[in-house]
Ligand binder design. Structure first.
Ligand SMILES: [Zn+2]
Length: 368
């Protein structure tokens, strides 16, 4: 069998060709006992569509060939100098609230987002518990939970944090108090749209102190079975997500989405993408009482390859866009902003958490 390894990074094409020419490819071919092919990196002059095409090819090859991403990338990818930039910290001008049902617990909660002083970070506050305990939105407080992200510190828990955190990260907010009077963030319509609206309602302000933004200098990868997560040095924050499984119904079998991420793009392309589930997979979970608050108003449900929601899909690739939304929320638990190109193949909340830890270690090591 012949495998095609196609690498598109980094943008410094000339350097890449000098340092990683044909001989290197041949060596790696011999090492892996496979024939390798090299596709040169993106030339910016070629424009986005061609660049995306090449990214698409790379991802398709990785997703269908099940290769060792770490070995591959460390062999090929040029390393940037590590760097840190700074921008002003951001918080909210006013507070804003919404009310809704948690998809897993079925409990109704009120959520209020509030301004917070510089250096607070993003923190939850359980106003229904004695002394209103604080729970910082950080990786170390992740508590394993199937199909969603839960944070826990001692007896204080907040479930399904990923969508609100995704919106907060994508509006570049650094200091926010999220008050909640129950155990789970409302699912709303299954997307981050309501949270983006909430942030806009509260208004974003710039604070005086600066925040460090970490720029990834070398690739980081994490793989387990068919799930691969890769971060590559990049000049802007980008995400690429792939859903790819022959077990999925045809409508979910293969979806690909790649984009640069900023607040404007997030709002337009990602915030409204809803969570999704295959009907046959969730019926047993509903019967066991694991999903108490799910309805067709809070998720896209696919049964026999048909979308059950009467209004249909918001984007034809809504599901993979939601993966990108989840990924941004989960990776925000690193606790500071960063610049990299994140590639996620068949990922989920548990793999996002493992990968976030790898990334945090990398950034921490580089900063020392
Ligand atoms: Zn989600």
């Amino acid at each position: 069998m012949e495998l095609f390894y196609k690498i598109f990074y980094p943008p410094r094409e000339r350097v890449l060709q000098d340092n990683f020419g044909l001989s290197k490819i041949e060596k790696i071919s011999a090492l892996l006992n496979q024939k390798c092919y090299f596709v040169k990196s993106i030339n910016k002059k070629e424009g986005n569509s061609l660049a995306e095409n090449r990214v698409s090819n790379l991802i398709y090859e990785i997703s269908t060939c099940s290769i060792d991403c770490g070995k591959l990338l460390s062999g090929f990818v040029m390393y940037n100098a590590s760097s840190i930039s700074k921008r002003n910290q951001k918080s909210l001008k006013n507070s804003a609230s919404l009310k809704g049902i948690g998809i897993f617990t079925g409990s109704e909660t009120n959520v209020t987002i509030r301004s917070a002083p510089e250096e607070t970070g993003i923190v939850f506050r359980r106003t229904d518990l004695p002394n209103a305990p604080i729970l910082p939105a950080l990786i170390k407080y992740i508590s394993p939970s199937p199909r969603h992200t839960t944070l826990r510190l001692d007896q204080t828990e907040v479930q399904t944090v990923e969508h609100i955190l995704s919106a907060i990260a994508s509006y570049n907010l650094d200091n926010v108090i999220i008050e909640i009077d129950g155990p789970e963030i409302p699912i709303c319509d299954g997307s981050a749209h309501s949270f983006a609206e909430l942030i806009e309602q509260a208004g974003v302000i710039s604070q005086n102190k600066t925040k460090k933004v970490y720029h990834l200098s070398a690739p980081v990868s994490w793989s387990q079975n068919d799930t691969h997560l890769i971060a590559l040095p990049s000049e802007t924050l980008c995400v690429t997500c792939v859903l790819h499984s022959s077990h999925n119904p045809p409508s979910l079998r293969s979806q690909f989405f790649t984009t640069q991420v900023n607040t404007h793009i997030y709002k337009k392309e990602l915030a409204s993408a809803r969570t999704f589930a295959v009907y046959e997979e969730i019926v047993p979970l509903i019967e066991k009482g694991y999903i108490k608050g799910g309805t067709l108003d809070s998720a896209v449900i696919i049964k026999n390859n048909e979308v059950l929601n009467p209004e249909g899909l918001r984007y034809k690739d809504e599901m993979v866009r939601h993966k990108a939304l989840d990924l941004l929320g989960d990776l925000s638990l690193i606790g500071f902003p960063f610049i990299a190109h994140i590639i996620a193949i068949r990922s989920g909340h548990a793999s996002h958490a493992s990968f976030a830890k790898e990334l945090l270690n990398k950034f921490t090591m580089e900063a020392e």
